[in-house]
Write a new protein. Structure first.
Length: 135
């Protein structure tokens, strides 16, 4: 393919995706969903809008307010996919950092042994490559 054809293909994809996100956006009328995370990770519904619902406790009769995620179309399904990908990338980053620490400890404990030192450096380099990919 020529450079012009490649440039046109990139421009077409950029404009198509750009118009999808701009035209697919809608004004936020509901409350954004917050909370529900686990170990500092965002919840799967963190990018969705929530509706505030009120319910009465059957025992005390006290009213409580809660936020319920609203799924209204395909755009919301992509928001859920984005949230899940964000969670997976954060977990992968934490695992990569753990492997860097593990490789460093292995390097320190290798006591100059060439095989263990080489293996520890390989672990550190692989973990850093994985971290760069997730970032």
């Amino acid at each position: 393919m020529t450079k012009k054809a490649i440039l046109m293909a990139h421009l077409f994809v950029f404009l198509t995706l750009g118009s999808f996100f701009v035209l697919g956006a809608r004004p936020v009328l509901a409350v954004p969903c917050t909370g529900g995370g686990f170990f500092g990770l965002p919840a799967w519904f963190s990018h969705l809008e929530c509706a505030e619902t009120t319910s009465a406790d059957p025992i005390t009769g006290e009213e409580t307010k809660s936020l319920t995620p609203q799924i209204s179309g395909l755009n919301d399904a992509w928001k859920i996919v984005a949230s899940v990908l964000e969670i997976l990338l954060r977990i992968a980053s934490l695992i990569a950092i753990g492997f860097v620490v593990f490789g460093g400890v292995t390097y320190i404990l290798s006591q100059g042994s060439p095989d263990k030192t080489k293996q520890a450096l390989s672990t550190i380099i692989s973990a850093i490559v994985g971290l760069v990919i997730t970032i």
